[in-house]
Design a protein around this ligand. Structure first.
Ligand code: CO
Length: 504
């Protein structure tokens, strides 16, 4: 058989797997938006069947045969060609997946689907005991998964690799250590600063329907297409790229806080733009048609949420609009007071509502719990105590209830252990990309001031989105910015912004 024929057979097979996963994505979206609570058991069976089938199809020995043949062919000569990328990344995932027994994959899907339902109840009632047996099951299954993959130094690296291909725990510990030192210094400066924002501005009355209208208008200006996407309501906001022409985001509204939904929508729309920017029409179902890592994904959402959405230049354009829409609450407010209010630094319980300066400390805390949970050094029953004592140390406040502590995130119930570091990596990447974009487009701030975001969006599309998985995260960062990953751009950006707002 010619290499071209074999390549076509490989693509046909992996596309079918992707179609199964996109069916799973629709069911998962439905489960988290509109499905009645009573449907949880049946949904778990549906999802279990689909992931089992997808796993079986992807790990078929024929895929291995085709890969072995193609790896000897001319198709891999140019390592960055779409064919070579698809062969390389399919091989990488094939080797990983063939290490996982089918019954383990199905059991993980079944248990985590049920666990997510129980987590919703536990969180609502702030009842950790209700969730504990499920956390125990999830941790055990994730440990089994890490064992099946194999690892060099600790099981955590095996799980991390599912979200950030090629990243190791050791590297992340190094980057986080540097970052923590700088963040602590920054927080000290903020604490002792002469100026303080009046954040009560953003906790006035903000009609939920008007928030939706304003949020959709902002997302539309960013370039999020409502013809190829939609926005719904959930407890825990997310973005899911279902396939070509179908990208969905969710948010939650608080009638007493403008920030939550607004920056939440910008965040998820940033993820959405990445999904929409990948060339799925041509490459759907293959690695060239997929995002390269969760950290890079998060860099896209955080850039729109923070570097764009929390910049003064963005609000030069949008603040007059916001004043017209929320007349009662913003009519008498000055732009600079509003800008300071949306950038207030204040330790708080909830990660997804945290300001930019404290956000990464929330991630460090989770990372520090997950590693010993996985090795068994920390028992799931002791997680709340460990969480609360670390929280006190980093944030200087006591956690009042577990729904404000270790029950707040969906991740553990969903089996996403090893996922959290990708949030901080995303913040680091976003600052490094943004610094580069400003070099490439010196008038970027002016563009924002006049409501022009297509320059930013097209820069991201060209440099990041269109590559799919051509470059893994580390290489992409070097390729785009000319430098390896560093904590410096993020810290420089924060120091500059907060010194202006807080006057230190
Ligand atoms: Co995100």
């Amino acid at each position: 058989m010619s290499a071209q024929k074999s390549y076509e057979e490989l693509i046909k097979r992996i596309k079918e797997v992707s179609l199964l996963y996109s069916c799973e994505a629709v069911l998962g979206w439905d489960e988290r938006t509109y499905m009645p609570r009573g449907g949880a058991g049946h949904r778990a069976e549906q999802l279990g069947l689909i992931t089992g089938l997808a796993h079986e199809k992807f790990t078929d020995p024929r895929v291995g045969e085709l890969l072995a043949e193609l790896e000897q062919s001319d198709l891999v000569k140019d390592a960055d060609s779409p064919e070579a990328v698809n062969i390389r990344e399919t091989r990488y995932q094939y080797d990983k997946r063939t290490k996982l027994p089918k019954d383990l994959v199905e059991e993980i899907t079944r248990v985590t689907t049920l666990a997510q339902g129980e987590w919703v109840t536990a969180r609502k009632n702030s009842d950790f005991k209700h969730f504990l047996p499920w956390l125990e099951k999830v941790v055990k299954l994730q440990r089994d998964k890490a064992d099946a993959y194999g690892y060099d130094t600790e099981p955590y690296s095996a799980l991390l690799d599912d979200y950030e291909v090629g990243a190791t725990t050791e590297e992340i510990v190094d980057v986080f250590t540097e970052l923590r030192k700088e963040l602590v210094e920054l927080l000290e400066k903020v604490k002792g600063a002469p100026k303080r924002p009046d954040a009560s501005i953003v906790t006035r009355d903000y009609d939920v329907e008007l928030q939706r209208v304003f949020g959709e208008s902002v997302a539309g200006s960013m370039g999020f297409s409502f013809n190829e996407g939609r926005l719904d309501i959930t407890t825990h906001p997310f973005c899911t790229g279902i396939g070509p022409g179908d990208t969905r985001i969710t948010t939650r509204y608080n009638p007493k806080r403008l920030n939550d939904a607004l920056f939440g929508i910008m965040h998820e729309a940033g993820h959405g733009l990445y999904e929409m920017g990948i060339n799925k029409k041509e490459y759907f179902g293959t690695p060239m048609g997929e995002s390269t890592s969760l950290g890079i994904h998060e860099s896209q959402s955080r850039m729109w949420e923070n570097q764009v959405g929390r910049s003064r230049s963005f609000w030069v354009y949008f603040f007059p609009q916001a004043q017209r829409i929320f007349k009662e609450s913003l009519g008498d407010v000055k732009l600079d007071d509003f800008y300071a209010a949306i950038n207030e630094v204040k330790p708080s319980y909830i990660r997804v509502e945290a300001d930019e300066a404290t956000y990464n400390l929330h991630i460090l805390l989770r990372f520090e719990l997950e590693r010993p949970l996985l090795t068994g050094e920390l028992k799931p029953a002791d997680a709340p105590g460990e969480w609360n004592s670390r929280f006190r140390k980093y944030f200087g406040i006591d956690v009042d209830k577990d729904s404000n502590g270790c029950l707040q995130d969906v991740h553990w119930s969903a089996g996403y252990i090893g996922y959290f570091p990708t949030y901080t990596l995303g913040n680091l990447y976003s600052a490094q990309f943004f610094a580069r974009a400003k070099q490439d487009m010196p008038d970027l701030t002016k563009q924002f001031e006049s409501g022009q975001f297509s320059g930013m969006r097209e820069w991201l599309r060209k440099n990041i989105h269109l590559h799919g998985q051509r470059y893994r995260a580390n290489r992409l960062v070097e390729k785009v910015t000319g430098k390896p990953l560093s904590h410096k751009p993020l810290i420089d950006y924060m120091n500059k912004k907060y010194s202006e707002i807080y006057g230190f």
